[in-house]
Design a protein around this ligand. Sequence first.
Ligand code: ZN
Length: 546
Amino acid sequence: MRRSSKGTLVPGAGVSAFVLFLVACATTAAIPQPPSGTSGPQAEDRPTLVVFLIVDQLRGDMLARYSHLFTGGFKRILEEGLNYSNALHAHAQTETSPGHATISTGVFPNRAGVPSNAWRERGEADFHPVYNVVDPGESLVGVPDLPGSSPKVLRRTGLADWVKEADRDARVVSVSAKDRAAVLMAGKAKGEVYWFESRAGRFVTSTFYRSDNPWWLRDYNERGLKEFEKDSVWTSIVPPEAATWSAPDTASFEGNGVHTYFPHRFRAEVTDPDPGDFFFWFEGTPLLDRATLDVALRAMEEEDLGKKAGRTDFLSISFSQTDRIGHGFGPLSREQMDNLLRLDLVLGDLFTALDREVGRGKYIVGFTSDHGVMDNPERIPGGGLRLTEAHRAELGEVLGAAARQAGMRSDLSTADAMLEALEPLDFVGPAYTQDFLGGSVGSDSLAALFQHSYTPGRYGGLLSTYGVEMWWEENVLAWGMPVGTTHGSPYRYDRWVPMALLGPGIEPGVVEEAVRPMDLAPTLAALAGIPFPDDLDGRPLLSRND
Ligand SMILES: [Zn+2]
């Protein structure tokens, strides 16, 4: 028994904007993985570095929207990259962890073992909460009172592991402002993995990876981060004549509802700050992406990343601030526009460093995002909906009655009773029993998305422990969000992301063929001549000879 969404998944209008860019007819023939030791690029031709470049919460239309203003890394991706204008994630629960896990491993989130950012895990007798990469068996190096992180929950290897398997001397570096992004992109490999921890006010790693902090990280935490504290104002770099490309700067449904416009000042927005409060504020500004790049460049330098001929190293950088600013202000906000212009400059500096340190033509880049985002409901033509406590109460009442009814009848399961009860609620969208998702879902493409998220034993959805997977109607945000916006749905706005490949032999252009971000890992592996598992859900989109 199942219920389908009334929402439709139709191509959005933004795709056409990509077509304005130079169109090249790239062939996309799938290739088999190179049999070990026979074919594939000769050792001396291999790229010495494969790079995953992730921007958290970058919806598929966002780059085209501001493309005329970019001068740095986004400009380079759009002009020199092979851009896939129709890249959609293929799972329903579009959150940071499953997004990174599917990109990293090349399989659907359920096979990677990461259905959501947090879940309840079935234990011997009950369910216990799991926050994906947090591992109470480890601690943060130098911050022993905070739990560490590890990829223990990950059930699959990723590109970082394949790089290591191909050459055990290969170096792996993964950096992000978020633990889950840094850890999941590094697969199960024990590489150099660093992320920002606002509670400690510094970049950290976990005892899973190493027992001490490298000298350069201590140095950066003590000196580099201090520079940001001196200048605790987020000003706008949006050119005044371009400002109307974003929504108006002042909006009651942004930020904290009061400080919704530029400039954003730490001392005005956090009254009476305690020591350490600066880094919680800092975590909501674009400045943290700049710091993330700083740390990645230091790690690259220390590891001699991409500098050894005949060896292919791995680098992942996941820039988190687009997500945090998108949650706070919305994708169309002036703040997000400013953030993207700043990130364009950060990415430009990254490409400059890669050209200088590794060499143009020596590295390949796979660029994408872990998920998109819904517009703030107030900015959706026709209006979206913020659910309220009244909606929550109505839902609770209906589900409570369903559970009681199922308890009195031997022929009705709680899951089936709840599914029936959800039907009349017009703010509830697709809903399926786990029994249904555990079988063949046939031609129901929406059900297939839920199937790719549903991970038996790991319950990440609102009603998962009752045997039901569901989401809201399109353009509806759950209660508890009086401002800002979020993602997490199976709808196009949350699944559609930019995706591009850059590197030697890759012709610039735009491909409109439907692809998935999980195709990137096998594609990068194929381009680098690195063997990868033959049971992936993603597929290589290019070979070296295309
Ligand atoms: Zn998010």
